[in-house]
Design a protein around this ligand. Structure first.
Ligand SMILES: [Zn+2]
Length: 133
């Protein structure tokens, strides 16, 4: 999905979907939620707020748009006039996190087994020793 850039003085009351309205005077941007739910998303622009950049392909907003307060809870990025859904990214991150956890768990059990193995070997050695004598 593409999003176009439109400079405006005041953010209009009625927003059109697929348009990012930017008011440099009021340092704010607004657009309709990319999921199509119709929610207005306002993003203040500034050093500690969103960073806006105009490229030849379209607008960029940084960081991502997270509409947690909306019903849809959509999360996406606006990059070079393109809507990039963050869902797959977070899914990927979840997978990576899970993988990390598995590796940690495996290492823990490996360590545990090797320790137990050590005890077993000692025990076996002791038993063998008993048989020898
Ligand atoms: Zn939405």
């Amino acid at each position: 999905m593409k999003i176009k850039l439109q400079y405006t003085h005041f953010i209009p009351k009625e927003l059109r979907s697929g348009v990012l309205y930017v008011s440099k005077e009021f340092e704010t941007a607004a657009h309709l939620c990319a999921c199509g739910c119709g929610a207005k998303v306002r993003t203040p622009l500034g050093r500690t707020e969103w960073k806006f950049e105009e490229t030849s392909d379209g607008p960029c907003l940084y960081p991502s748009i997270g509409n947690w307060q909306q019903k849809c809870k959509s999360h996406y990025w606006i990059q070079h006039g393109e809507i990039l859904w963050a869902k797959e990214w977070s899914q990927d991150m979840i997978e990576r996190g899970r993988h990390g956890e598995e590796t940690r768990r495996k290492r823990y059990y490996e360590k545990l087994y090797s320790q137990q193995g050590g005890i077993l070997r000692k025990l076996l050695g002791w038993i063998k020793g008993l048989w020898k004598s």
